[in-house]
Design a protein around this ligand. Sequence first.
Ligand code: BEZ
Length: 184
Amino acid sequence: MALDTTALNRQMTHFDGHDEIWLFGYGSLIWKVDFAYLERRPASIHGWSRRFWQGSHDHRGTPEAPGRVATLVRDPGAVCHGMAYRITPEVLAPLDVREKNGYLREVVALHFTDSDSAEGLIYLATEDNAAFLGDAPLDAIAAQIARAHGPSGANRDYLLNLAEALRALRVEDSHVFALARRLA
Ligand code: BEZ
């Protein structure tokens, strides 16, 4: 199932008038940086966990055989580590298109690893979007990822690239690393 969220994301007015916006990457944005940024800083967001619960029918799978990619789920007390990018607002338009399959912009508090905090954006695929697959046993999630391929390549590469990028940031993510072990 697919839902094109591009138009919905363009209606977001929260950062209207801002010259710069912080964008927090927790998935492909950590390792696939094909957009211009002014600065990047390791950061975290609190109360969220990264999960491979979003279906990918357009990038890492197909409508007939969807892959699984990362989204965030609310998880009180949890901390999700990633990378924050300071960008100009024009950068969002192509990202809205790239991540159009169910992801909506959401405003969050970012905590930079080395000090302060700021308001920023995430792309979030919630459980009410048509491409959401949700939880499943880790072995089943890993098997689905191992099988899936799409226009952007093998689903396993998305997962293994993310695991490698998180290791380079020296952060722990038991869900991602447990899946990566099953696929390595
Ligand atoms: C990210 O890397 O933060 C991201 C994940 C899913 C969709 C868009 C961005």
